[in-house]
Each structure stands twice: as structure tokens, then as C-alpha cells.
Ligand binder design. Structure first.
Ligand code: MSP
Length: 646
């Protein structure tokens, strides 16, 4: 059997602060989708997450709560593990830095670097931010002399300490970053890091004596090891650094350390220096993703804007949350989280587009063919255009996923979902079903739809593993879903021709916005402005489905009368003939047309636009115009009044 290619992916290990929020879940969800995709693509994946449990802050919090640090972290870490389970995170290991297996590795790493002469004892004077567990130099502080990350006050500390000779490795790390364009992604983060190193790297203080909640320095146990030195080492613990050479050689160097943008510095500078001192190869990629923002701010407990992922999962399902996070936000950029946007996505993409496609398909097979497929035959047995679109989607999706463009990849799948819905409208199976002579045509259509859904279910599985399997099972496909691979959908036609399909079950119920409770609505309103701004920036032209477009009724109308709206410069009141009725509308074209020029013109109008009062006049529709710079022209057409525009 061919040996699978290894793929080692990690998330950061999380601090046991009281509760993880949806921002933390975002990072882990991205990593999970990538890990699942890689498994689907045939890789031997090792996916690691965990908890970062040492440090002064945790010791202080535990003391304040009247428990020992280990009692404190045990409770919280159990909560993390539960959250990852509820979110269907498929990690292969969970590393706790308090575990003995990790402690041994950290001490050994310290010892090896010390023996090499790259760790020395000195005296530390400096500025320390306890919440961030970070040391800063004077010139790195913010304008108020506070921590540049969290903007809280820093403390001056002076103590005997061990130092790691980062300065020795600065040039080598810089050289490496410059020679390996993919090492730090996205490119904006890479440039930041290059500038950071060019300012000069000081040796790093890697031990403390002022508290004891940490891993003891092996050669001097009154010191504990600096929490970042301890934490970064987690990445080599579970893959056998000390005790399983074969496993270690298989998975190291890591393919991807996925981290939030504010900790790229630790991963792309300190970690490479440690690895160089250990004479180990560097990870292939460090990707710094953006933050999830709520109401314009990074989520944090102190700002009071945290969103609890467990509550959201309970209300909307893990798959809906995963879909939203992965589809709505571009990986390298910050993205807005709002309940409103989440509900809109659930309703339009999941309940409507995907849910309807599955439901309509299974319903029709039940009604017209007693729940069974009939093997496709004849010229239209395979719909060539649908097949080509499916195959193109599989290819483009794979390319986007390999490039970590998770949002673009799933958008491609949704374009195909819309395509399949359109295929139903085009082939109108309910018409075929009335004609006994077109039975085979109907059978072909049903086959093509099930085959499309089979492909869709595999493609969405890294994003929505539960939904993907539910679709697979409802289709009645014989293969165990857990064994499905991307190679199963590389070719059209994997659905057995005589498949007996299942009974349709609703995938996602529609969520009625009206049913939302008052406080939630108020919260929504506050976040709405921010969201609108962010959304407008992000997607000036969001994709719409054919179904959405078909809701707009466009018709050719004749302008019967036109007059200026008093006290305005731009507006004209028009009376138009729709063919079967006359209407009044207000249009902002007075700077481009005189009333006389308009009368008698046949123009295109949106006739089902909700009426609106403009300057006291109720406008019942809108005429369409093209604009370019200051120029504007109505869409006038030489077609009879009442003609449909499609
Ligand atoms: N313990 C360190 C990591 C050590 S890795 C060797 C740490 N922990 S953390 O719990 O503070 O953060 C873990 C991850 O969560 C970081 O990558 C961070 O960027 C991410 N996030 C925290 N809040 C976030 C958002 N609001 N949005 C997106 N990610 C966020 O740092």
C-alpha cells in the first residue's frame, strides 16, 4: 500500500482563562477544516491543540479563587475539551503543559541549549506585562508607557535569571524568512516580522524566580521556565521528540502552525531561534489569521463583548457556526461576528440553498420514482454541462483549499449548489413526470441531482462534518461516510444507478427573525452599523443565487408624464404605463433629462420594489439607469410596453 504523506497542523495552546469565546473557537475551527480537508485528500494528518497552563497570572487567579493552580486549570481545561467535542473538532491529541510528558521535553530542551552555551545566567531588569506574560523594552511600550498588546500597565522587575541567546540567531532567522517566502503568511505579517528583527533582537529572559507555577529549570530549581519557552515547546512533545524517533521524523517539521496575528512574533522569531539552537528544522508555515471582532472590537472578557460558543452551538448547531465562521471571514483579515449575519447565512445558504436542493430532490424521487433511482441512459443520461460544472467545482475547490482560501473554496461549492437548484428549474421534473414518454429523461434528471448532492456532501465535509454525513445517509449511498476520500468525487458517476434513497429530513430549520427576543434585537441594532460597514467593505458585490435574482421583476414601461419634484434639484415625478396599469414613481434623474426628453420613452423598471415615500410622494418602483462618472443614461429599449426583462 502506498504510504500516505504526513501533514502536521497545530493551533495555539490556549490559556485557561475562565471561558473560551467564539474568537478562540474560530482559530480551532479553521485548523479543523484544514485537517479534515487534508485527511480527505489522503494525507496522514496529525492535528494538535491543547492548553497553556503555567505562569504567574494563573497562579494569581487560582490563589484568588482559593484553590491550587492545578485544581483551577483542571476544571477549566475540561471545559475546553468539552467545547472542542461539541464543535466536532477532530484533533489527534490534546497537550496540556502540566503533563509530565511535556515537562520532560521542556527540561530536556533547556538542558540541551544550556549545554551548548546558548543559555546563560544573568540579571534581568525590565518591564513585564503579567496578563500577556510578555517582557517589553522601553521603546516597545505604547504611547502611555503601557503594554503595546493589551495596553495595561507593565511592572518593573529585577531578578537573577537565565537568558537565551536570541541575538546569536537573529541574522539566521532573518535570512531564513527572506529566503522562504511561504514561511510567514500572509505577506503583511511577514513584512512586520522582517521589520521587527531588523530593529535588533535582544537575548530573551527565559526564567523567573518571583513565582513557582511553572516547569523548574532543570539545573537550578528555584527558577521556573518562562511560559512562552515552555508553551512553544508543546509542538514537539506529542509527536515523540524524546521517545519516538520514527514518529518525530515523520511529522517534524510541522506543516502549519496556525495562530492569531498577535502571536505570530513568538512563533516566527522565538520559536525558530529555539529550533535552530536545537538544530532542528523550522516549521514549513506560520499563518497569522485575523481576529473575530464584535461591535468593532476584538473580543475579550475585559471589554465585555465575548460571545459564548457553547450557547451558540446549542441554539444553532455546531455546523451552522462552523459554516458561518469559515465562509464569512477571510482568513488573513479581521472579520465581524454578528448574530444577524449568522441568522442570514443560516436561512439563505443552509436552509434555502442547500436544504431545499436536498429536500426537493429526495421528495421528487419519492413521488415520481417510489424512492429509487433508475439507471441513467441515452443522450441526456449525463447532463454534460452539469457534470462539467461539478468537476470544475471539485478542481477549483481543491486549489482554493490548498491555498488556505477557505472562504473562496466554500463559495465555489455554493455556486454549484445554486447551479443544481437551477438545473431543477430548467429541467422541470414535474412536467416530465406527467408524460409517460419521458420517463427516462426524468430518471436521468434525478440521477444527475443525486450525483451532484453526493459531490456536494463530500466537499462540505471539512466545514460541516455532521451535515455532510446526514446528506450522504439521506441519499442512501452505500459507502461508509468515514471512509470517503476526495478521490471518490474526482470523477462523475459514483452514485449507484439503482440507489434506493432515504426519506428527506430537514437539515436546517429557518430562523424567524421576528421571534428573536427584545434584548437580542437591541444588541443586534448596536452591532448593525458596524456590520454594515464591515460587510460593505468586504463584499461590495455579494453573490446572489438565480432564485434570488428571479425575485426581481423587471418590465419595459412607457413614461407618460414627467415633472420636477418641487424644492429638489435631482428628482422627477414620473407617471409610467406598465401595460396593465399606470403608476407614479420618483426618480433621481433630473440633472440628466428634462421632463420633455423623457415623455414617450420606453425604459426598464423594477416593478416589485417596496413602495417608499420620497419628498412626500409615494414611489411605486424604480427605473434603471447606467452611470459612469457624472454621466447617467436610462435603460431605454425598443420593445413593447409590458415586455419582461430577464
Ligand atoms: N497561550 C498562548 C498561545 C501559546 S502557543 C504556543 C495564547 N493563548 S490565548 O488563549 O490567549 O490565545 C489563543 C489563540 O486564540 C490565539 O491565536 C489568539 O489569536 C486567538 N484568539 C483570541 N481571541 C481571538 C479573537 N477574538 N479572534 C480570533 N482569534 C482570537 O495566546
Amino acid at each position: 500500500m502506498e504510504k500516505k504523506k504526513p501533514f502536521y497542523i497545530t493551533t495555539p495552546i490556549y490559556y485557561p482563562s475562565a471561558k473560551l469565546h467564539i474568537g478562540h473557537a474560530y482559530c480551532t475551527t479553521i485548523a479543523d477544516a484544514i485537517a479534515r480537508f487534508k485527511r480527505l485528500a489522503g494525507y496522514d494528518v496529525f492535528f494538535l491543540t491543547g492548553s497553556d497552563e503555567h505562569g504567574q497570572k494563573i497562579q494569581q487567579t487560582a490563589e484568588a479563587a482559593g484553590v491550587t493552580p492545578i485544581e483551577y486549570v483542571d476544571g477549566i481545561v475540561a471545559g475546553f475539551q468539552n467545547l472542542w467535542k461539541e464543535l466536532h473538532i477532530s484533533n489527534d491529541d490534546f497537550i496540556r503543559t502540566t503533563e509530565e510528558r511535556h515537562q520532560r521535553v521542556v527540561q530536556e530542551v533547556f538542558r540541551r541549549i544550556y549545554e551548548k552555551g546558548d543559555i546563560y545566567k544573568g540579571s534581568y531588569k525590565g518591564l513585564y506585562c503579567t496578563p500577556c506574560e510578555s517582557y517589553w523594552t522601553e521603546h516597545q511600550l505604547d504611547e502611555n508607557g503601557c503594554c503595546p498588546d493589551c495596553h495595561r500597565p507593565v511592572q518593573e522587575v529585577s531578578e537573577e535569571a537565565y537568558f537565551f541567546k536570541m541575538s546569536k540567531y537573529a541574522d539566521k532567522v532573518l535570512e531564513y524568512i527572506e529566503a522562504n517566502p511561504d514561511f510567514i503568511q500572509p505577506v503583511s505579517r511577514r513584512n512586520e516580522m522582517i521589520n521587527f528583527i531588523k530593529q535588533g533582537l535582544e537575548d530573551l529572559c527565559i526564567s523567573r524566580t518571583s513565582f513557582d507555577w511553572g516547569i523548574p529549570v532543570p539545573i537550578d530549581t528555584k527558577h521556573v521556565i518562562y511560559v512562552w519557552f515552555d508553551a512553544l515547546t508543546n509542538y514537539i512533545t506529542p509527536i515523540g521528540f524524546l521517545d519516538d524517533k520514527e514518529k518525530f521524523d515523520k511529522y517534524w517539521p510541522a506543516d502549519l502552525h496556525l495562530v492569531g496575528k498577535e502571536i505570530v512574533r513568538f512563533h516566527s522569531i522565538i520559536w525558530p531561534c529555539i529550533l535552530m539552537a536545537l538544530e532542528l528544522p523550522l516549521p514549513k508555515m506560520i499563518y497569522g489569521h485575523g481576529w473575530l471582532i464584535v461591535g468593532g472590537d476584538k473580543m475579550s472578557k475585559s471589554k465585555g463583548n465575548v460571545v459564548d460558543p457553547l450557547a451558540l452551538i446549542e441554539e444553532f448547531s455546531a455546523d451552522a457556526i462552523r459554516y458561518f465562521l469559515l465562509r464569512e471571514i477571510n482568513l488573513g483579515q479581521d472579520g465581524n461576528f454578528s448574530r444577524d449575519a449568522l441568522i442570514t447565512r443560516i436561512n439563505s445558504d443552509l436552509a434555502n440553498d442547500l436544504g431545499n436542493l436536498l429536500h426537493r430532490t429526495l421528495n421528487m424521487i419519492g413521488k415520481f420514482q417510489q424512492g429509487s433511482l433508475i439507471p441513467p441512459q441515452g443522450e441526456s443520461g449525463i447532463d454534460a454541462s452539469l457534470k462539467a460544472d461539478a468537476m470544475e467545482t471539485v478542481k477549483a475547490y481543491g486549489e482554493e483549499m490548498e491555498a488556505m482560501q477557505l472562504s473562496s473554496a466554500i463559495k465555489k461549492v455554493w455556486a454549484f449548489v445554486s447551479r443544481a437548484n437551477k438545473y431543477i428549474d430548467e429541467t422541470a421534473p414535474w412536467v416530465l413526470a406527467k408524460d409517460a414518454g419521458r420517463k427516462q429523461e426524468l430518471a436521468n434528471t434525478m440521477y444527475n441531482l443525486v450525483e451532484s448532492l453526493r459531490i456536494i456532501s463530500v466537499l462540505i465535509s471539512p466545514y460541516m462534518p455532521v451535515t455532510a454525513e446526514r446528506i450522504w445517509k439521506q441519499l442512501g449511498l452505500p459507502k461508509e461516510f468515514s471512509g470517503v476520500q476526495l478521490s471518490d468525487i474526482q470523477e462523475w458517476g459514483g452514485t449507484p444507478g439503482d440507489l434506493k434513497v432515504g426519506v428527506p429530513e430537514q437539515l436546517f430549520p429557518r430562523i424567524e427573525l421576528e421571534k428573536e427576543e427584545a434584548p437580542a434585537r437591541q444588541q443586534k441594532a448596536a452591532g448593525k452599523k458596524e456590520k454594515a460597514k464591515a460587510d460593505a467593505k468586504k463584499e461590495e458585490h455579494p453573490e446572489i443565487t438565480m432564485e434570488e435574482f428571479s425575485k426581481i421583476h423587471l418590465r419595459v414601461v412607457k413614461v407618460l408624464a414627467a415633472e420636477p419634484v418641487p424644492k429638489t434639484e435631482k428628482l422627477l415625478k414620473l407617471t409610467v404605463d406598465l401595460g396593465d396599469e399606470e403608476r407614479e414613481i420618483v426618480s433621481g434623474i433630473a440633472r440628466h433629462y428634462t421632463p420633455e426628453e423623457l415623455i414617450g420613452k420606453n425604459v426598464v423598471m423594477v416593478i416589485n420594489l417596496k413602495s417608499a415615500k420620497i419628498r412626500g410622494i409615494v414611489s411605486h418602483g424604480m427605473v434603471l439607469a447606467a452611470s459612469h462618472g457624472d454621466d447617467m443614461k436610462l435603460l431605454d429599449v425598443d420593445m413593447p410596453v409590458g415586455s419582461q426583462v430577464r
